[in-house]
Write a protein that binds this ligand. Structure first.
Ligand code: GDP
Length: 430
């Protein structure tokens, strides 16, 4: 059976922790989209790790970690990341990389930087990991699949063709040094050696594993609001962040996805530009940022301070709906224990009207938050393992949000560790 772990919002909801936790009872964890532009932070008995490309199951020896065809694969970063965990006593994980996975080329990273430079103040806040140029090339059909590394003739010929078009832009739009096909060919030879031990027909492998009754976790990156179709376009990422895309990005039948765990954080945070209706500023934001996550809300990849806000029921209800949520994992609830009152965004005011359905981007830009204040619980809740033992106001907070979003909160996370989880029966579970 297949379970997906995906984000309801802007990312950084705590998917890494939930995947790491669920991986204990799974066999395979698959990354199906995105690249090394975002990261998951995982705290376990080996220490604290920031993963960017590796699936969050790599810390278990029984797990096979799979990089599906939908991922933007940065080969040197993957190799470095493997080394960074094995250097810290983690046993060498079993890793498979799809032969259909496409490669982030060195020039994708350069183009990302050059374009951000060119746009100046109007930039998208890219992490400059080459992700947007990578996916543009993939859909323009000038990307390189891992399998192509093993066919020198095809590779040389295609590199010549691609460099021709790229060089026009480099010379005339960006005024930067041009690409040399022979140099790129050398780099590709190195990439081939680095990736060869892991290459696999992943779709075939997964389909066989499912026939054998294995449990597969699909691990999403970012969240619904960063989806190129359903998110806050154009301030989105370049590959779909939805569980449905897991079928495509891993090469499995969509009907195999039986459980969709959507991760929602108990407050909001976002990185990059774009409308963020429940955003807060100043001291209020600084305090939440400092206390947030595990050691503060700063990007796992970039170290950038995250933008902070109150929980947004409008965005989260929408985020859960688009994912096809069967279960909500409600995370980082422990962080809110310092507040006397906790504002929650329950609606958006757009042109004098209050709405609770998440609007298209041009309307979203005009939305003002409608806030409702809930009483805080003023207590440390880490270490609690039973839902009934949470302070009453804390339970009320969970239940209020569940009612607003309309999807069952069956897991409450009250700390960064694997064991910091409270399972809950939800009246909304089917
Ligand atoms: P992801 O990209 O969705 O995996 O999220 P990140 O890993 O970037 O951000 C989540 C942060 O919150 C990480 O630092 C986690 O260790 C931390 N975290 C996850 N769940 C909890 C929780 O329930 N409580 C606390 N305090 N931190 C958590």
């Amino acid at each position: 059976m297949v379970k997906a772990v995906v984000g309801a919002n802007w990312g950084d909801e705590g998917k890494g922790k939930i995947t790491d936790m669920l991986a204990e009872k799974a066999d395979i964890v698959v990354r199906f989209q995105g690249g090394a532009n975002a990261g998951h932070t995982i705290v376990n008995n080996y220490g604290k790790f920031a993963l960017h490309t590796l699936p969050s199951g790599v810390f278990y020896q029984h797990i096979t970690s799979v990089i599906g065809n939908g991922v933007a694969l940065n080969i040197p970063l993957l190799v470095d990341e493997i080394k960074s965990i094995t250097d810290r006593e983690v046993p060498m994980p079993k890793i498979l990389v799809s032969d259909r996975c496409q490669i982030v080329m060195p020039y994708h990273i350069l183009f990302d930087q050059y374009e951000e430079e060119r746009l100046g103040g109007k930039s998208f806040g890219s992490t400059k990991s080459g992700i947007a140029p990578f996916y543009s090339d993939k859909y323009a059909k000038i990307g390189f699949q891992v399998s192509e590394l093993f066919d020198e003739e095809v590779l040389r010929d295609k590199l010549n063709r691609v460099c021709e078009t790229k060089n026009v832009l480099l010379e005339h739009l960006y005024h930067k040094p041009v690409l040399i096909p022979d140099e790129l060919f050398e780099t590709m030879q190195k990439y081939r050696e680095m990736i060869a031990p892991y290459v696999c027909d992943v779709s075939n492998y997964l389909n066989q594993a499912l026939k054998d009754g294995k449990t597969v976790l699909l691990e999403g990156q970012l969240g619904t609001l960063k989806d190129p179709d359903h998110g806050i376009y154009p301030m989105v990422t370049s590959s779909s962040t939805l569980a449905a895309y897991g079928a495509i990005g891993a090469g499995i039948p969509p009907y195999e996805i039986k459980q969709i765990v959507t991760v929602c954080k108990a407050y909001s945070s976002a990185v990059g530009a774009g409308a963020f209706v429940s955003e807060i500023f100043g001291d209020e934001a600084d305090e939440l940022r400092r206390r947030g996550g595990d050691g503060g809300e700063f990007g796992a990849t970039t170290g950038r301070p995250r933008r902070m806000g109150w929980f947004d029921c409008v965005a989260s209800k929408y985020g859960c709906r688009l994912q096809g949520t069967t279960d909500v994992a409600f995370t980082v609830l422990d962080v809110l224990g310092y507040l006397d009152e906790i504002p929650v965004c329950v609606g958006y005011e757009v042109d004098g009207e209050v709405i609770t359905d998440f609007p298209v981007t041009c309307k979203l830009e005009k939305a003002k938050p409608v806030l409702k204040k809930l009483p805080g619980w003023k207590a440390e809740i880490r270490g609690i393992r039973k839902y009934e033992e949470l302070p009453e106001n804390c339970r009320k907070y969970v239940e209020f949000i569940e009612e607003q979003i309309g999807y069952p909160i069956t897991m409450v996370s009250n700390g960064p560790g694997r064991e910091d989880i409270i399972y809950r029966e939800s009246p909304l579970s089917k």
